[in-house]
Each structure stands twice: as structure tokens, then as C-alpha cells.
Design a binder for this molecule. Structure first.
Ligand SMILES: Cc1cc2nc3c(=O)[nH]c(=O)nc-3n(C[C@H](O)[C@H](O)[C@H](O)COP(=O)(O)OP(=O)(O)OC[C@H]3O[C@@H](n4cnc5c(N)ncnc54)[C@H](O)[C@@H]3O)c2cc1C
Length: 391
């Protein structure tokens, strides 16, 4: 089967759905494709940082998200295996909200704006043809072709799609591989605080979400947890046993059936790659250390930065090369600082010998601790003035 559109967005997570909505809002015929069925549970801490809110507002999505009744979160507590804890205020309030609810609500918003949604549809190849693209997909035994003037990749960190114009990303070889696992829990009372428990080989975050439930997400060294079993719950159990305070905390918690998910491998040291023949958004462009809790915010921001440029390109006011240049510059300008400080924070917290000194250091120099956390955050969203090529 063949389909035609102005633009096809590949991947319907946070970045892709928001991009599809933004382009449909501008009256472009927009198609959004995702390989999964929705709603679905996804490995994520489900902590939506305060910085995300200004971008959601700019994308016209504040009401879509607040209607899901996210849990307000005011503080972050870091709890170490042997050396106490650090509690830091969150500048502005954050939200706890399940990806199960949020991603589906973003799809609905994109469709209300006029985007066409194709789920359970895997992108298998992309070809550049003249001034447009052909995207090849598979749904069960059926293959389809989507023809468009522009394509935008928002397929997360783990997609491998062959396409013309591809520039191979820096190899992940030699890097430590992680696994991510998540479940929701019932029967756990939480303050408006996100609790992060650190232990040998990883950490686990507990985040209150809508309807009084709690999300648990862990990022674990694959080699450290190789013998932890194959089910998400057995891996989580092995992690929980590594921090006595976490073991006690979850003693009466009951995993909600059907909410478990896993992802592997996760690599934390990828170079930003916002363009690869066409724009890449969210985790496909750059991935901040998950413990910063800013990945969703960066996914939203990349869509907000790309949408006006895509609009100018489709209107004929911008060349593809100029779109690449301006988008790449914008991503580096906004993300370089948070990515740098985020990887430093990840490194500090993953070294037990250093991590045990942190609570004492944070007591002596609280401004330094707050400053380091602030350095990992995006700045509030401000619309950028882009230049069209004939100006
Ligand atoms: C353990 C862990 C904890 C985290 N905690 C947080 C947190 O608390 N707060 C936060 O802000 N961030 C957190 N993150 C990061 C956050 O989850 C990501 O940054 C965010 O999901 C990126 O959104 P995205 O839209 O770029 O990609 P995704 O949300 O991954 O969406 C990509 C979509 O593309 C689809 N796709 C992929 N390949 C194809 C294909 N070939 N064809 C069709 N569709 C395809 C996928 O099905 C998926 O739906 C965490 C990450 C991990 C691993």
C-alpha cells in the first residue's frame, strides 16, 4: 500500500508525538508511525522535570498533560547504601506521570490537530528520492510505502533503520552497557519527593505518579546483574537487595500486574547526532544520563526547536542544508551544558568511593550541590528567531 504526506515522523514517543502535533497545527499533512501498540508501559522514571513545563506550554500541551492529574513533586532525596542521604529542593515543581497515560494522551493531541497515526507499524528503511523520501514499513506480513517531502526521526535510542545518507554514529564498543527495568507499585505511601536509591552496579528511583501509584525504574550495569534472572521482577528484586533501606522501603509494596517493562542495552556515552540525512529528535539526537530526569524535557525541547524550521523548509523558505545547520546549532547550544554536567553527575554517583563522601560534602557546601544539579537542567523555553535563507 502507498501513502502520501507532507511529512512523516518516525517514532511516536514523546518527541515524535509532539513534533507531529506541532506540524499538524501548522496545517501540514503529517503522518506519525510507531512500531508498538499504545497505551504501553515504558522504562522511564516518569519524572517530568519543571523545565518540561515551559516547552509543553509552547507546544500547546499543558492542558493535555494536566488533565491526567500528574502528581506534584517538590524535592529529590538521594539515598546511599552506606553513607546517609542528601535532600535537595526542586526549583519549581516537577510532575510524576506514567508514560502509559502520557504517551497515549500525546497521540490523541496529535490526532486532534489532524495527524494520521499508524501504530504496530515498524519502519524498516528510508530512501531519499529527488527532493523527497520514501519510508518503508512493515505491519505483520504487510509492507507499505510512505512518500513525503520531509522525514523526522524520533525513534528513541535503540532503533536501527537502514537509510541512504546515513552517517554511522560513534561506536558504542568498549562502553559499559546498562539495562533499564520498571514496574508500578501499589500500597506505597510517598511524600511529594522522588527517592533515588544508589547501590553497587546501579540505582533505582521511586516516583509518585497519578492515582496514588508509585513508579520504580532502575538503571543497572548489565555485567553486575547478569545472573539476576530473566524476568523484570527478579532483576528488580536483585537490585532492591543491594540497598538495605530500599529493601525495607519496599517490604509491603505490591507490583501492579502488567506494568513491568525492560530495555537493553542502554549506553550513556553517545555523541549528540541531531542530523543524519534528516533531523533526529529526543533520544535519537542526544541522551542525557537518565538520573538527571531530563530526557523527556529534552525530547520536548528538540521538537519545539525543530518544528519552526520544518515549517520553513516545507514552505520553501529554508534549504535542507540550512535546516540542518540551524537545527544542529540549536541542539548543541541548548543541550551541550546539561549533557556535560549530567555525565559528570552520573560518574560521581556511580563510584561508591566518591558517592559515600557526597552527603558530607552536600552538608558543607549545599550551594555547590544545588549548583551541580542546576547545571544539568535545560533553561526555560524561549522561542528562537530562525533565519530563512532569503533574508
Ligand atoms: C531507566 C531510565 C529512567 C529514565 N527516567 C527518566 C525520568 O524520570 N525523566 C525523564 O525525563 N526521562 C527519563 N528517562 C529518559 C526518557 O525515557 C527518554 O529520554 C524519553 O523517553 C525520550 O523520548 P523519545 O520520544 O526521544 O523516545 P521514546 O520515548 O523512546 O520513543 C521512541 C518511539 O519510537 C518507536 N520506534 C523505535 N524504532 C522504531 C521503528 N523502527 N519503527 C517505528 N517506531 C519505532 C518506539 O516504539 C518508541 O515508541 C529515563 C530513561 C531510562 C532508560
Amino acid at each position: 500500500m502507498e501513502h502520501y504526506a507532507d511529512v512523516v515522523v518516525l517514532g511516536g514517543g514523546i518527541a515524535g508525538s509532539c513534533m507531529a502535533k506541532a506540524l499538524a497545527d501548522r496545517q501540514w499533512e503529517t503522518t506519525l508511525i510507531d512500531r508498538q501498540t499504545f497505551p504501553r508501559h515504558k522504562v522511564c522514571g516518569e519524572f517530568l522535570s519543571p523545565e518540561a513545563q515551559s516547552t509543553l506550554h509552547a507546544l500547546g500541551l499543558t492542558e493535555t498533560v494536566t488533565a491526567l492529574h500528574p502528581q506534584r513533586i517538590e524535592r529529590v532525596r538521594l539515598i546511599f547504601e552506606h553513607s546517609g542521604e542528601i535532600e535537595l529542593p526542586i526549583p519549581g515543581a516537577a510532575w510524576g506521570l506514567s508514560r502509559y497515560a502520557m504517551d497515549e494522551a500525546l497521540h490523541s493531541a496529535a490526532m486532534r490537530a489532524g495527524a494520521q497515526l499508524h501504530l504496530s507499524t515498524t519502519v524498516t528503511g528510508i530512501e531519499q528520492r529527488g527532493k523527497g523520501y520514501t519510508v518503508r514499513t512493515k505491519q505483520g506480513a504487510n509492507t507499505s510505502l510512505f512518500h513525503a517531502r520531509a522525514v523526522i526521526a524520533a525513534w528513541g535510542a535503540n532503533s536501527r533503520v537502514a537509510h541512504t545518507g546515513h552517517r554511522p554514529n560513534a561506536a558504542a564498543s568498549g562502553q559499559e552497557a546498562y539495562i533499564g527495568v520498571k514496574t508500578h507499585y501499589d500500597g506505597l505511601t510517598m511524600e511529594p519527593v522522588i527517592e533515588m536509591y544508589f547501590f553497587r552496579g546501579g540505582y533505582l528511583g521511586l516516583c509518585p505518579i497519578e492515582d496514588g501509584r508509585v513508579n520504580a525504574a532502575a538503571l543497572l550495569s548489565r555485567s553486575e546483574f547478569a545472573k539476576a534472572g530473566k524476568s523484570v521482577l527478579s532483576i528488580l528484586e536483585a537490585a532492591v537487595q543491594r540497598n538495605r533501606r530500599l529493601t525495607a522501603r519496599l517490604a509491603d509494596a505490591v507490583p501492579s500486574p502488567g506494568t513491568q517493562a525492560a530495555i537493553a542495552p542502554v549506553y550513556l556515552q553517545r555523541k549528540p547526532a541531531p542530523w543524519d540525512g534528516f533531523p533526529r529528535l529526543g533520544d535519537a539526537a542526544a541522551m542525557i544520563a537518565p538520573l538527571c530526569g531530563d530526557g523527556m524535557s529534552m525530547a520536548l525541547r528538540s521538537a519545539a526547536l525543530c518544528a519552526p524550521l520544518a515549517d520553513s523548509y516545507l514552505n520553501g523558505h529554508l534549504s535542507l542544508r540550512e535546516w540542518e545547520r540551524q537545527f544542529t546549532d540549536a541542539i548543541h547550544r541548548e543541550f551541550a551544558g546539561p549533557l556535560h554536567w549530567g555525565s559528570l553527575l552520573q560518574w560521581l554517583l556511580s563510584k561508591p568511593a566518591i558517592a559515600q563522601l557526597l552527603p558530607g560534602a552536600a552538608r558543607i557546601a549545599p550551594a555547590l550541590a544545588n549548583g551541580l544539579v542546576r547545571a544539568t537542567r535545560l533553561k526555560p523555553y524561549e522561542p528562537v528567531e530562525y533565519r530563512s535563507w532569503n533574508h
